[in-house]
Ligand binder design. Sequence first.
Ligand SMILES: Cc1ncc(COP(=O)(O)O)c(C=O)c1O
Length: 459
Amino acid sequence: MTYQNYSLKQLQQIDAAHHLHPFTDHKELREAGSRIITHANGPFIYDSEGAELLDGMAGLWCVNIGYGRDELAEAAYAQMKELPYYNSFFKCSTPTPVLLSKKLAEIAPKNVNQVFYGSSGSEANDTALRLVRHYWVIEGKPEKNRVISRKMAYHGSTIAGTSLGGMDAMHKQLNGAVPNIVHVMMPYAYELALPGESDHDFGLRAAKSVEDAILEAGADKVAAFIGEPVMGAGGVKIPPASYWPEVQRICRKYDVLLMLDEVITGYGRTGEWFAAQTFGIEPDTITTAKALTSGYQPLSALLVGDRITSTLVDKGGEFNHGYTYSGHPVACAVALKNLEIIEQEGLVDRVRNDTGPYFAKALQERIAGHDLVGEVRSIGLMGAIEIVKDKATKERFLPSGSAAVTVRDHAIASGMMLRATGDTMILSPPLIWTRDTIDMACERIGKALDLAQADLRKR
Ligand SMILES: Cc1ncc(COP(=O)(O)O)c(C=O)c1O
């Protein structure tokens, strides 16, 4: 029996009775009922009632080549028929992870040439944490095990991911994080820059908080610094250009490894294959997932720099770590086809030279002036809209976060799927968006802002 035999109400009842959703208040969901998305094509998703929504989030930051790509389905089908599964333990390999690793080494920063696979970004960050700590053990410095991260960072939902992340609400539920992880300030100029402080100076000050944390612990105790190049789930917080080169300089000065979490920014989102290239840095690890397969298969790739791999290979012995699905042949076949499509369609260059700049201009010209908008910002095809009560003072509506939810609900009703996080609306569309799609999105967001304003002013 297929889902078409069920009514929406029946599906919602079964969903509520048996399905625990991620990041969800389950009681609230039971009362409201879930929206059932049934199919999708190009930049659009469709729900069970036939509503068409322009997907401003590329699923969950992942469907970079858009929906309905037969080539990926065919790649998965062919691989499943030939070899649906074999592992890469016990000195075995299968062809697709071999070829994918070669491709990833070609497009990654030049110091990065090896890949460790998992199924999710969270798993890849667990691997990264284990790897950097193990690296210092092999190097004879086991006390160098602290990791510096940032407040509001999101690095996944496993215990290691949550501990690395800087979300208070998640830490509270953890009730005991992985030890020796500290969190410093985020590079979020809109709220944290001092009056009159330039973007450049703010970036240096935010980077200095990393140096302060290293000095406080002692450089001989610090293994690594981890950060998302652009904080995603925390609200598309784009650091000033001065930030990352300064963080890299500080890490090198104190011999601290630099870990970049590119689970969102990897594979073209900022107008380069990786945001490391956009910001001109060479990290020791790069965590990637999501758009590696455009979300068509679960797959993560931890890209590992030469400094770590040469120690691991030459002095490490067996690294006692791995997953059943590390290098899954079907997921890797889909990833290879996905990267081929991104390349053939010139999507990375298009984001850098055409749609990215057009998106920035459209947000500035058509959204930034709205009464409810304190700031718009974007990099490549990733953007944020700050919702405020008062543009001049940056005062927010109360309770915190409620205004953005109002905007989001009106956006969805206006045919536009976007996400609210705190008081910020975030956008991360498929890279196949054209200028026309951007125009359509701005029109729908503008309408949602008008409707939300009417509601919010009534309060
Ligand atoms: C920056 C970042 N790291 C890690 C993750 C976790 O990835 P996953 O949900 O695949 O475990 C996410 C997910 O959104 C993310 O945005």
